[in-house]
Design a protein around this ligand. Structure first.
Ligand SMILES: [Zn+2]
Length: 453
């Protein structure tokens, strides 16, 4: 008798180079090599990116297998051992958790996972949900990792999903400069732009597929389907050994964190949110070059900040005028005096008012431009000195320097979850990719890649 077993893992990453995706790749390949049947690619689920204590992108991982009842304990044992082996428990910021759920995802867990994309959830609530859902918890230290581990198990790609292929470095190379040929990345980007995204920043030409620092990830390519990613990866010239490859199904590039539209009165610190309202002041530039504009809805008002790094979001924000209609998406932060600010990650301008400039009239006799005779005094022709009343001032419609539409930061400043322009119009609802335990040939070839060093 086979049953679905879902394994959720969170927070094995630490500042000094662990990476939860690596733990998941290792565990997935170990289970497959022992003959266990995956129901899907491993899931890399990005959660609320505006949670301040998750500095590395707030990702959690889950694996989904069809397991014989009598083998459940063996799989759990392998999972816990793999997490323990790949986690540096001495890291203060590491707080790993593993969750096992047998059978289908119950509704409360699905709802919890949906909220984890845009809200702040407590470990206490996570414990309660785990108990309700009959999920088993293995906490290696504290319980903070429980939120992510549960949320990755309960994730839902019913709206949209993408994939990422990750290549890992051999141990001796971690911390050294990455030997990836950047020209080959640009060539790959030119060829696979329709099915991959955010390979290269178009404004700067900067290669975006390689992380920085002592991360075990050599490179990651994001795209629409596993087969295209495998082909794109093969175009890249890599001049160092690759320890292993894995393809993840993910919610990256889907705007999943902007699934909750809130009224301004309901905004709370660290949420990711979407608000709709009208601009209520003239945008101002503050220290650092950031642009602040206030937005009102029928329940309140909030300052929206467009940081310098957000590029065209900031440029557009600067051109807004009181009365314009906007939809602003981003994260809630607090100002020094406790007032909330919405840090804009996406700006949609849905209505532009006509702004008017008042001009001095032309002379009704000779046509020359008139000058003002002083405040409230009317006008006098510069040429023939004819006088015109103050009511003769001309209203002239100003040309607005922005158009309706969506403004996004450049790809180099995107969050993992930001849906890039290249994916606009694309929604890929997903269920399990691998039916009846038959692995996709792409995945099979990846799993069989052995350690090359
Ligand atoms: Zn005149």
């Amino acid at each position: 008798m086979q049953t679905e077993l879902h394994i959720g893992i969170d927070d094995t990453d630490s500042r000094l180079g662990g990476c939860t995706t690596y733990t998941a790749a290792l565990l997935f390949q170990e289970l497959v090599s022992k003959g266990f049947k995956p129901l899907d690619y491993p899931w890399l689920v990005r959660l609320n990116p505006n949670v301040p204590w998750k500095t590395r992108g707030n990702g959690a991982l889950s694996l989904h297998f069809a397991v014989e009842e009598e083998q459940l304990e063996e799989v759990k044992k392998i999972a816990v051992e793999t997490v323990e082996r790949t986690t540096d428990l001495r890291q203060r910021s590491t707080d790993p958790a593993v969750v096992f759920l047998k059978g289908r995802v119950p509704t409360p867990l699905g709802e919890f996972a949906a909220r984890a994309l845009h809200d702040i959830l407590s470990a206490r609530e996570a414990r309660h949900i785990a108990e309700t859902a009959n999920a088993e918890m293995y906490l290696l230290k504290g319980s903070r990792g429980l939120v992510g581990a549960l949320a990755s198990v309960g994730a839902n790609f019913g709206h949209d999903h993408t994939f990422e292929i990750l290549a890992y470095r051999t141990r001796e190379n971690i911390g050294m400069a990455r030997r990836v040929n950047h020209d080959s990345v640009r060539q790959m980007d030119a060829r696979f732009r329709a099915v991959t995204f955010n390979n290269v920043d178009p404004e700067t030409g900067r290669v975006l597929i390689c992380p920085h620092g002592p991360d075990p990830v050599l490179l990651g390519i994001r795209g629409e389907d596993p087969a295209s990613l495998a082909k794109a990866f093969n175009q890249i010239e890599v001049e160092e050994p690759i320890e292993r490859l894995m393809i993840f199904k993910t919610n990256q590039g889907t705007d999943a964190h902007f699934s909750c539209h809130r009224r301004i009165e309901a905004l709370r610190l660290y949420q990711s949110t979407v608000i709709t309202g009208k601009v209520s002041n003239v945008p101002r530039i503050v220290r650092g070059g950031h642009v602040i504009f206030r937005t009102d809805d029928e329940t309140g008002s909030v300052d929206c900040a467009a940081y310098r790094a957000t590029g065209s979001v900031r440029e557009a924000a600067l051109q807004l005028a009181p009365g314009d209609s906007v939809t602003v998406s981003g994260g809630i932060r607090s100002q020094p005096l406790g007032e909330l600010t919405l840090n804009a990650e996406k700006l949609e301008v849905t209505g532009l008012i006509h702004t008017v400039r008042l001009e001095n009239p032309h002379c009704s006799i000779c046509g020359a431009r008139c000058e003002s005779m002083g405040k409230g005094q009317g006008f006098r022709c510069r040429k023939c000195k004819a006088r015109l009343p103050k009511t003769s001032r001309v209203k002239k419609r100003e040309l607005r320097k922005i158009t309706l539409g969506v403004y996004l930061p450049p790809p180099r400043a995107h969050r993992h979850l930001t849906k890039p322009f290249s994916r606009y119009g694309i929604h890929r609802p997903a269920s399990f990719e691998i039916s009846n335990g038959n692995i996709d040939p792409t995945l099979e070839s990846l799993v069989s890649i052995s350690i090359t060093s």
